[in-house]
Design a protein around this ligand. Structure first.
Ligand code: GLN
Length: 536
């Protein structure tokens, strides 16, 4: 059977956290730079319908797409590397697969058959993979299988891959990402775990075509030959993947290793031109040759786990490069911040960012950070809950409303300056029910936000239940906190700024999701610039 779309599967072995997402995104970047339209998909073997209900400690940030899907953070890497938007179809979980199978069963669509993992669940997985290719939009679809080969929960996915390899023959290949550990005592790199991991794949009927080997030391030719011999792959298909100083170096490292060349050859595709990576290299040059630096405090309650703020971290890297500025992020735990110690902890900072979040943990620290930034005229960006904190702090200390709060934390507050959105009032389920995805926002001229975007209408992604309570807007504006961005259809306040401050912006949306290497986000670029200016 022939198929115009080509499929590349990426599996992982030996250990988790080897960076399948980055390898997949880097390969996609190289193929895209050669003129192939490419997309990436992540299959997650957990039973949650999506990561929206997961605590960030479990799985890092929840990444939101334009169409309002709550997805795995790897989709953020895909968008940042490719500058192409992803959607719900780019992230499938076991929960979603089973939900669809069970719904079909209830509708009688299986015509009296016993519904089984094979073929019904595997068919559903195969369909989800092919769904992305159905409009002929993509030449190549890279599908990353979450988890590690050998896990019970990823078995149906590997089986689906086996079936597709059989059905689509030359149009599918498998890249297996493994670890080559270095044993210091022996002074040697060890290939046995990789051999075992390939064996585990073979037991499931899948022969990998390419092995990407994570290693801390050079993989010499004799080792590559050894791995090739034991794992039935060509020596040139044994790719070394060394630790890089930045994830944005990985496409270039993979190019040096000719990962794209091997993949195209295996898929029977021509190399077209050599990859055009000029813009990418320019970005790296700027990243590595900063002319100045700033210290930026990121205040959040998950700062022990940097993955919880992945997109913010990356957006700051993009914005730093644009400004030729090294952004040193100081990760500050909101629970450890109090009114008493806030000055000593934040006074060396050139900029303060209060992060998104849910619930009451760490809220006092966030409010203290906002107050410190406001009173000391330090450039400030508040995102989602961070913006809501800016509103609460202003109400308490400028308007003098001591018990002003968000009803999320204090439902009894007499001054609910942040209240539940009307459409949220009848909702009780937690999964997938927030205000999600892209909404328009109209900006007020002569504001910092307008200056950043340089346009009147923007489109940004949301993930929240609570909103600025517009019944108080007049009081706020009279005292100097202005709504500089509103949803043109509903009037919801999406952006607030303080007039008597050089750069104080709170946004209800999440600008971080849309920052890419090709298009660093204008709001982060302006924020970093404001910090550089303030430092001068
Ligand atoms: N908890 C707040 C809300 O639901 C903010 C959410 C967020 O920061 N993403 O409105």
């Amino acid at each position: 059977m022939s198929n115009s779309t080509k499929y590349v599967f990426v599996t992982g072995g030996v250990a988790s956290s080897l960076g399948k997402g980055i390898i997949a995104a880097s390969l996609a970047k190289l193929l895209q730079a050669r003129g192939y339209s490419t997309t990436i998909q992540k299959l997650d073997p957990y039973i949650n319908i999506d990561p929206g209900t997961l605590n960030p400690y479990e799985h890092g940030e929840c990444y939101v797409t334009d169409d309002g899907a709550e997805t795995d953070l790897d989709l953020g890497h895909y968008e940042r590397f490719l500058n192409v938007k992803t959607s719900q179809a780019n992230n499938i979980t076991t929960g979603r697969i089973y939900q669809s199978v069970i719904n079909k069963e209830r509708k009688g669509e299986y015509l009296g058959k016993t519904v089984q993992v094979i073929p019904h669940v595997t068919d559903e997985i195969k369909q989800s993979i092919q769904e992305l290719g159905k409009n002929g939009e993509y030449d190549i679809i890279i599908t990353e299988i979450g988890g590690t080969v050998g896990d019970i929960e990823s078995l149906p996915y590997v089986e689906a891959v086996r079936q597709m390899l059989w059905e689509f023959e030359d149009d599918c290949i498998v890249i297996h990402l493994t670890l080559i550990p270095y044993l210091a005592a022996a002074g040697e790199l060890k290939t046995k775990p990789t051999q075992h991991s390939v064996k585990a794949l073979l037991e499931l009927g899948v022969q990998p075509d390419v092995l990407c080997c994570r290693t801390e030391h050079e993989l010499e030719l004799n080792l590559r030959k050894k791995i090739a011999k034991f794992c039935n792959v060509a020596p040139e298909a044994v790719i070394e993947s060394r630790d890089a100083s930045s994830i944005y170096e990985v496409p270039l490292l993979m190019q040096e290793e000719e990962l794209d060349v091997v993949v195209l050859k295996k898929l029977g595709l021509s190399r077209k031109s050599s990859p055009d990576l000029d813009d990418w290299k320019q970005f790296l040059e700027k990243l590595h040759q900063p002319k100045t630096e700033i210290n930026l405090g990121l205040i959040g309650k998950y700062v022990e786990l940097k993955d919880a703020y992945k997109s913010i971290n990356e957006a700051l890297i993009h914005a730093g490069a644009t400004n030729l500025c090294k952004v040193n992020i100081q990760w500050i735990h909101s629970e450890k911040l109090t009114k008493k110690n806030v000055a000593s902890k934040l006074d060396k900072l050139d900029a303060i960012l209060v992060a998104p979040g849910f619930g009451s943990r760490g809220i006092t620290g966030k409010l203290a950070a906002v107050q410190f930034a406001r009173e000391n005229k330090i450039p400030f960006l508040g995102i989602c809950l961070g913006m809501q904190c800016a509103v609460i702090e202003f109400a308490r200390h400028v308007l003098g409303w001591d018990d002003a709060h968000t009803v999320e934390i204090s439902p009894e507050s007499k001054r609910p300056v942040i209240s539940l959105m009307e459409e949220q009032k009848s909702i009780s389920d937690l999964g997938g029910t927030m205000r999600l995805g892209a909404y328009k926002c109209e900006l007020k001229p002569d504001s910092n936000i307008y200056e950043a975007y340089n346009r009147e209408v923007i489109n940004e992604r949301h993930r929240h239940r609570f909103e600025f309570n517009s019944s108080y807007l007049e009081d706020f504006e009279k005292s100097g906190m202005i709504a500089t961005g509103k949803n043109p259809d509903t009037g919801l306040v999406e952006v607030v700024e303080i007039t008597d401050h050089p750069w104080f912006v709170g946004v209800q949306f999440h600008p971080e999701y849309k920052s890419t290497v090709a298009k660093p986000h204008p709001l982060f670029v302006a924020f970093v610039k404001a910090a550089i200016d303030a430092k001068k």
